[in-house]
Design a protein. Structure first.
Length: 150
């Protein structure tokens, strides 16, 4: 039988992206479960160069904290991105609405990237034209100087 853990308090808030809750948990030395497999056997590793947390179940490494302490590694492990769905009711209709909004945002970003790509291509062509004009002027100048000297 599969076991599902129920989280509450700071653990739940931290899993949903609350940075203050992650800090409070970290100060207590509490570790959130693995974001990939849900494993709770989390190891901390630290030496003179860096420290990080690692899931013993799936070997996922958390962010390395260079010149950091064990406590900083725990905070990095416990820091999660905010869960957009946590602000809704989690129902399929809410998630579909959220998905539609994210798709609209992605489409807008895609249009902006395409517009910037087109601008960049025009600027590169203009730069090539300027380079060609400069080369032509250089050749004309050299020809003019050679005529005067000869």
């Amino acid at each position: 039988m599969e076991q599902h853990n129920t989280y509450s308090g700071d653990a739940l808030l931290a899993l949903l992206g609350d940075q203050d809750a992650a800090l409070r948990l970290s100060k207590k030395g509490s570790l959130l479960p693995c974001p990939w497999c849900g494993g709770e056997n989390i190891l901390t590793s630290y030496d003179s160069l860096s420290s990080h947390c690692e899931c013993a179940s799936c070997c996922t490494h958390g962010p390395s904290v260079w010149d950091g302490t064990r406590e900083e590694a725990i905070l990095a492990w416990n820091t999660r991105f905010p869960n957009i769905s946590a602000q809704g009711d989690g129902s399929p209709s809410h998630l579909q609405s959220e998905n539609a909004l994210l798709r609209q945002e992605l489409a807008q970003q895609y249009k902006e990237v395409n517009a910037l790509s087109e601008k960049l291509a025009r600027a590169e062509r203009a730069l090539q034209d300027v380079g060609a004009a400069k080369a032509s002027l250089d050749r004309a100048f050299i020809g003019y100087v050679q005529e005067d000297w000869c």
